[in-house]
Design a protein around this ligand. Structure first.
Ligand code: TZP
Ligand code: MG
Length: 221
């Protein structure tokens, strides 16, 4: 078992789709329907972030979502639930500062699955890198209604990106097609979005537009 390929992880950060049960409730989509639209539109990685769901339900839906992601060659990560990730054979896990410590998660998932860690500061970025993270999620970069959390701004994002190098950083929080270009130009490898894809009536079209904006800001992959 080898470490996940750093260049492949960086490429996967371009358009990172993070699911949200509240969005799906509003649009009437199932989790797997939502994931299907996101990857059809060009999402380069998907994270299932389902906070209030039974483990069994989550594992069943994650297995379905994993099939869709595999068909599109897109990695699937699980938020928080290392057990669910291992049970379904997901490509990795994403944890925050109040979840199991990153080094513990790394030991549980082995070297080759992808480990992502949420950070807000350069100190957290350095600690996560030392603990074995493959990429960092930094945010909230901009105000968001999706999560109650403080805003680090594009300056905070830049500081995290510098501290994290060479690890790729994905920007999360309030990112939309309107600000994705400026966000990427702050130095991150791509954008992570919840509502900009999953609250959209045309989620596939929204993902396609976001992907175009990111590809234009970063140069075509
Ligand atoms: N972590 C920091 S901000 C955020 C998470 C999960 C929510 C981002 O949601 P949106 O709808 O893309 O602003
Ligand atoms: Mg968490």
């Amino acid at each position: 078992l080898r470490r996940a390929d750093p260049a492949a992880v960086r490429r996967a950060m371009r358009l990172y789709a993070v699911t949200d049960p509240h969005c799906n409730q509003k649009t009437g989509r199932s989790l797997v329907e939502a994931v299907t639209l996101a990857v059809r539109g060009g999402a380069t990685i998907v994270q299932l972030r389902e906070k209030d769901i039974d483990g069994g339900d989550f594992a069943r839906q994650a297995a379905e979502a994993l099939k869709v992601c595999r068909q599109h060659g897109v990695p699937l990560l699980i938020n928080d639930r290392v057990d669910v990730a291992l049970a379904v054979g997901a490509d990795g896990v994403h944890v925050g500062q109040s979840d199991l410590p990153a080094a513990t998660v790394r030991a549980m998932i082995g070297p080759s699955r992808i480990l992502g860690v949420s950070v807000k500061t350069p100190a957290e970025a350095r600690a996560a890198a030392a603990a074995g993270a493959d990429y960092l999620g930094a945010g909230a970069v901009l105000p968001t209604g999706t999560k109650d959390t403080n805003v680090i701004g594009l300056e905070g994002l830049e500081a995290v990106c510098s501290a994290a190098a060479p690890l790729p950083v994905v920007a999360i929080g309030g990112v939309s097609a309107a600000n994705a270009g400026d966000t990427v130009r702050a130095g991150c490898a791509g954008i992570a979005v919840v509502s900009a894809i999953f609250a959209a009536e045309d989620a596939e079209g929204a993902a396609r537009k976001l992907r175009t904006v990111v590809d234009e800001a970063l140069g075509r992959a």
